[in-house]
Design a protein around this ligand. Structure first.
Ligand code: SAH
Ligand code: DHB
Ligand code: MG
Length: 224
């Protein structure tokens, strides 16, 4: 199928509703300058996260996978005055680049970049009684997505939004024989999501500027 139309429509939507300013453009450029991969969310996906934040009245965000802080800046811009973001990043160099971009965006006080392996930092956060967060955005390495989701639930309250990026992988999730550990990771996660009655969830396919993929959206159920 011709994907050109998806890119063009993504630009059309972006021109209308998802415009990047110099800070966001410079953040994307900083990735090239620092030899980092261009795997940030797209502009329209950043705007989509902002819409979800507004819907959920989100004041506190936990992000897994910072890269250069591009998604973090979109998230920070949708925070209220007293809002806060903690973003976890395994790579010290990525964290440094992100802190610089976040500072240029004016959010050093609202955003803390924590360096470490998410699977080490998350249990520590639980033990320290951190959270519950209003929104958790999972966008780090894909093999442990199911474990990340369990930790996200532990750091949630009824109403928390849990968003997980890249769970369709150009449709490779359909291949039950896939030997790609990223595909296997999101397949395990998607099944866990389906089995978790504690959340109301779906997956949106994402097309446009980035490769064909999908974003899982779960809301922790309120008691009924
Ligand atoms: N959310 C970012 C993109 C994140 S890319 C954006 O949209 O702008 C994924 C990031 O996760 C990379 O920076 C990578 O270094 C980091 N990462 C990979 N494995 C990790 C782990 N085990 N714990 C924490 N971060 C990890
Ligand atoms: C990859 C990771 C991402 O978070 C993403 O949005 C796209 C690609 C990757 O590791 O290839
Ligand atoms: Mg991603």
């Amino acid at each position: 199928m011709d994907k050109d139309i998806f890119k063009k429509v993504d630009e059309y939507i972006g021109d209308l509703l998802g415009q990047e300013d110099e800070v966001l453009k410079n953040t994307i450029q900083s990735l090239d300058q620092a030899g980092m991969p261009q795997i940030s969310v797209s502009a329209n996906q950043g705007k989509f996260l902002q819409v979800l934040m507004a819907l959920g009245n989100v004041k506190t965000v936990l992000e897994l996978g910072t890269l250069g802080g591009y998604s973090t800046i979109w998230l920070a811009r949708a925070l209220p005055e007293d809002g806060k973001i903690i973003t976890l990043e395994i790579d010290e160099h990525h964290a440094e680049v992100a802190r610089r971009n976040i500072a240029k965006a004016g959010f050093s006080d609202k955003v803390k970049v924590r360096v470490g392996k998410a699977l080490d930092l998350l249990p520590q956060m639980e033990a320290d009684g951190e959270g519950p967060f209003d929104m958790i955005f999972v966008d780090a390495d894909k093999p442990p997505y199911a474990e990340y989701f369990k930790h996200a639930l532990a750091l949630s309250r009824p109403g928390t939004l849990i968003i997980c990026d890249n769970v369709i992988r150009e449709g490779k999730v359909l291949d039950a024989e896939s030997t790609d550990e990223r595909v296997q990771g999101v397949q395990r996660f998607n099944q866990l999501l389906a089995n978790t009655l504690q959340v109301t969830a779906t997956i949106l396919q994402t097309v446009g500027a980035k490769d064909y993929d999908g974003m899982a959206i779960a809301v922790v159920n309120r008691a009924n």
